[in-house]
Design a protein around this ligand. Structure first.
Ligand SMILES: [Zn+2]
Length: 182
């Protein structure tokens, strides 16, 4: 079991787009295991690789009875329906802010062995899949808020106790990757 420290808001690894996984090897499976162990320890809904300082497109999630992971996630929205409600992030511990998200999502990607995988999510699962996919794009949930909500969130973040600790160094994974053109 490997529970690793979660990178906090302000760490540059959280705002850089992560690299696509091209090799589904033992190192990737170790990363998925570390993500799962850390997520269980933190009792969160989702955790993305950049939050452990590894800038690759992978995340794990645990929503209600559904626990899983997704590599190289791509989202599709089957309709226009939205949801609004509280959202949190293990990189901003203890803080929850209302965030508008899509209600329904189809997430496509791969499992840790490179097999294609599709997850259809609604409600909180859909929220989690959007939050974690944002993480591998270097996007944080405060970036999804309107100006007023974002201002209130930034104030709470400034006041948070954990925000007064120095950020750790960015670790770039030795995992072979190619950068996604966008
Ligand atoms: Zn998060």
């Amino acid at each position: 079991m490997a529970v690793l420290p979660v990178r906090l808001f302000g760490d540059p690894v959280l705002t850089m787009p992560a690299a696509e996984v091209t090799t589904f090897d033992a190192e990737l499976r170790r990363l998925v295991r570390n993500l799962r162990d850390t997520l269980r320890d933190q009792q969160g809904a989702g955790l993305a690789a950049p939050q452990l300082g590894v800038s690759v497109r992978a995340f794990v999630f645990h929503v209600e009875d559904l626990e899983g992971h997704l590599i190289n996630p791509v989202l599709r929205f089957p309709d226009e329906e939205e949801q609004d409600g509280p959202e949190g992030c293990l990189s901003m511990p203890g803080l929850y802010f209302d965030t508008v998200r899509r209600q329904n999502v189809v997430a496509k990607g791969f499992n840790e062995h490179g097999d294609p995988l599709q997850i259809v999510g609604a409600g909180y699962l859909a929220r989690c899949l959007q939050h974690e996919t944002d993480h591998v794009d270097g996007v944080l949930f405060i970036d999804r808020m309107d100006r007023e909500r974002r201002k209130a969130a930034m104030k709470a973040i400034r006041l948070a106790e954990w925000n007064n600790e120095p950020a750790p160094r960015v670790k770039i994974s030795p995992h072979p990757v190619t950068h996604r053109s966008r």
